[in-house]
Design a protein around this ligand. Structure first.
Ligand SMILES: Cc1ncc(COP(=O)(O)O)c(C=O)c1O
Length: 382
């Protein structure tokens, strides 16, 4: 466990974007780059979702919506959570946002006071610490290890910590590890009694056991979710926050002032996604799973350490300490010499140094080509 000092604007750059920008420079010079760095589905948004958006546009749904979002979409989200997790939530608890990122901002801003302490794992999604810093709060990070599937264990959250922490952020399935907390692990964290913010953005992308929502174990939680990953809708900017009713009025006022409402067309598209896109999702999942099995096998053959098979999202967080202990320099070297773009572990916390995140949100053909390039690089350059 290690706490870190706050400073609102002391934000680290999002290193994956720096790798991407360098990769784009190389592409402009005529090089072919295999992109295994970005966490963005390579699929197009399913047709039924696009059609709903076109219809909304033609029907003239081009104005602001209610600040909480379209009632029909909020009802569809309640039904989705009920069908999937057997939990009962009401539309008054749901706020539609422009992606799950604003949902995080609204939830954290409504809940946290200056100087509160917020617990998160290392590694974790690179933006969490920056949200917390920006709000003038303290970050407490618990290192998690590959031997435990990078999972936060109940015993890591000891008594003194429980007393000093206002909020825990969990993310299962997780970025960058592609691993999930099992039912017992998830439930045991709720037993600490600390308020939980659960980022469920990768839910639905599980290849063995289905993920559980935090709402199955406690009602005292924020849930962030959205359409970017499961429905291949990153550019549509559509997400949502589920919150206990007592926080909704404050959240609504923040939304009205800062964002007014989420995009109207995207909201109509979101209803179609939840109601009609399940077959499209199944097909994308099948493709991800095939790539997952392939990339795990190939990375192990190349000498990367993968202690447990990642079973969700579209990431493999591979131990590269055998090759380098400087993941940033290593990622840039791979890009320069192998023309494969990957994300350095250090993007996700200091305990993540020595790891490289590979995203398999890229076609099987691209991944195959990337692995060959990486193989040559390891044989000839390293
Ligand atoms: C864990 C996690 N949460 C949230 C987001 C943000 O997603 P969006 O704002 O597109 O919903 C991402 C994006 O990569 C992510 O990996």
């Amino acid at each position: 466990m290690y706490p870190s000092k706050k400073s609102r604007l002391d934000m680290s750059p999002f290193l994956v974007m720096e790798v991407l920008e360098k990769a784009q420079e190389l592409e402009k010079q005529g090089h072919r780059i295999i992109h295994l760095e970005v966490g963005e589905p390579d699929f197009e948004t399913p047709e039924c979702i696009k059609e709903a958006a076109v219809k909304a546009l033609k029907d003239g749904h081009t104005g602001y919506t209610h600040s909480l979002g379209l009632l029909e979409l909020r009802e569809a989200i309640c039904k989705y959570y009920h069908d999937r997790y057997c939990v009962s939530i009401s539309p008054e608890q749901v706020v539609i946002t422009s992606g799950s990122s604003p949902a995080m901002f609204l939830a954290f801003a409504s809940f946290l006071k200056d100087d509160d302490s917020v617990l998160m794992t290392d590694p974790c999604y690179a933006c969490y610490p920056n949200f917390i810093k920006f709000l003038g709060c303290n970050i407490v990070r618990i290192p998690v290890y590959e031997e435990n599937g990078f999972q936060l264990l109940r015993e890591d959250i000891y008594k003194e910590l429980i007393d000093s922490i206002r909020l825990i952020i969990i993310n299962s399935p997780a970025n960058p590890t592609g691993m999930m907390l099992d039912k017992t692990g998830l439930e045991s964290i709720t037993k600490t009694g600390i308020f939980i913010a659960s980022d469920e953005i990768y839910h639905g992308l599980e290849y063995n056991e289905p993920a559980h929502s935090i709402l199955e174990f406690t009602k005292d939680a924020f849930v962030f979710n959205g359409f970017s990953k499961l429905f291949a809708m990153t550019g549509w900017r559509l997400g949502y926050l589920i919150a206990p009713k007592k926080y909704i009025r404050t959240i609504q006022k923040l939304q009205q002032n800062f964002f007014i409402s989420a995009n109207s067309i995207s909201q109509y598209a979101g209803i179609a996604a939840l109601e009609h896109a399940s077959m499209d999702v199944e097909n994308m999942k099948k493709a991800y799973n095939k790539r997952r099995k392939y990339i795990i096998k190939r990375l192990r053959e190349l000498g990367f350490g993968i202690f447990k098979d990642p079973d969700s999202a579209f990431y493999v967080f591979a131990n590269a300490k055998k090759f380098s202990n400087d993941s940033l320099a290593f990622a840039f070297d791979i890009l320069k010499n192998a023309h494969v773009a990957v994300t350095p572990g250090i993007d996700f916390g200091s305990n993540s140094e020595g790891y490289i995140r590979f995203s398999y949100a890229s076609s099987l053909e691209n991944i195959e080509e990337g692995m060959v390039k990486l193989e040559h690089y390891i044989e000839k350059v390293l």
